[in-house]
Design a protein around this ligand. Structure first.
Ligand SMILES: NC(=O)c1ccc[n+]([C@@H]2O[C@H](COP(=O)([O-])OP(=O)(O)OC[C@H]3O[C@@H](n4cnc5c(N)ncnc54)[C@H](OP(=O)(O)O)[C@@H]3O)[C@@H](O)[C@H]2O)c1
Length: 312
């Protein structure tokens, strides 16, 4: 079928529709699926933005407009798909985009529409630590999102990510920038929170193996994390050492961070949210009893390459 850019879906037989295709992870998922000669339908609210414009310059087989809040656009997007990936994200609520609406209701709508359309594989991206009983609205919505997806599409595979790193990420790139700017670096609490950063390419490869059918699995939940567990304090030190920066680390109570984040959410261009602060209160490490990257045949990469590739 000709698409908006006048190209045809390559085979029309193995279409994977990716919601969130313009995002940090979604872009890499699109790229990995194209590597596997899969037809990729990139669904987003910005169908004219080529998700791969700044990397390989390739294009998804098809780019379509779909707001995950609009059930009719969802239904049109998934028609004829062999697999659907939900990599939609929302970190700060605004207007109609609430955690409940995006991470719970819309996730359920997409899973339901996919089941109704006869989609074979549904891959839902979530986060390590998602918990329907959490006191944090965000973490709770992520946990309930997983539940409603499983109810709507019983064979769905949930892929939970640790904090993701990669070129232009929102995590270690920000740390690297701040340690250059600040003579004294404030830690989240005492810096003891344990993290296991995962490379975005490894997450994307995991998702694309599952979505393309390259790997068949009976497992319904994967937790994907990197090769090493750091405390936040160790992670900042490691980045500073690799970047040849001397840094003085000082503890800062979470209550102060919450106040700062509330103010930062009102300012354009400041990337500190109350949810990030909430997430940093909890260890974010893959469960030892759940399958992960190695079970999908992927040897996880560390943060070294990402830190090395950063500009100054
Ligand atoms: N980044 C991390 O460190 C991390 C860690 C753990 C888990 N995760 C999970 O990984 C997944 C991807 O996260 P990310 O960091 O790649 O997110 P991101 O860069 O913020 O991208 C968000 C994506 O969601 C899409 N989106 C938002 N609202 C939408 C709507 N109403 N309709 C359609 N699309 C919408 C955006 O597309 P348009 O704006 O173009 O429509 C964009 O493609 C999420 O489930 C996230 O929770 C991320």
């Amino acid at each position: 079928m000709p698409n908006q850019h006048g190209r045809n879906d390559v085979t029309g037989e193995n279409i994977v529709t990716v919601f969130g295709a313009t995002g940090f992870l979604g872009r890499q998922i699109v790229s990995r699926l194209l590597d596997k000669a899969v037809d990729v339908r990139a669904a987003s609210r910005h169908p004219h933005r080529n998700p791969l414009a700044n990397t390989s310059g390739r294009r998804p087989s098809r780019q379509i407009e779909a707001d995950i809040l609009d059930p009719s656009q969802i239904a049109a997007a998934v028609v004829g798909s062999r697999a659907v990936v939900n990599s939609v994200s929302l970190y700060v609520e605004h207007g109609k985009q609430t955690f409940e609406r995006v991470h719970v209701q819309a996730a359920a709508d997409l899973a339901t529409a996919s089941r109704d359309a006869g989609v074979e594989r549904f891959v839902h991206i979530s986060g390590i630590g998602s918990d329907p009983r959490s006191s944090s609205d965000y973490i709770q919505a992520r946990g309930r999102g997983e539940e409603v997806v499983k109810a709507a599409f019983p064979g769905a595979v949930i892929v939970r990510s640790a904090v993701m790193v990669g070129p232009d990420d929102a995590f270690i790139t920000a740390i690297a920038r701040l340690i250059r700017l600040l003579p004294i670096y404030p830690l989240f609490g005492d810096g003891g929170t344990r993290l296991q950063p995962v490379h975005v390419d490894d997450m994307a490869e995991a998702v694309s193996r599952l979505a393309s059918g390259q790997i068949a699995t009976d497992a319904s939940i994967f937790e994907c994390a990197g090769p090493r567990i750091y405390s936040y304090r160790e992670l900042v030190r490691e980045i500073a050492t690799r970047r040849n920066v001397r840094v003085t680390l000082v503890p800062m109570p979470f209550a102060v961070w919450s106040i700062l984040a509330s103010a930062a959410e009102l300012l354009p261009g400041v990337s500190l949210t109350r949810n990030q602060v909430e997430l940093m209160r909890r260890d974010n490490v893959a469960a030892s009893d759940l399958p992960g990257l190695e079970d999908l045949g992927i040897r996880p990469r560390g943060i070294e390459e990402v830190v090395h590739m950063m500009g100054h």
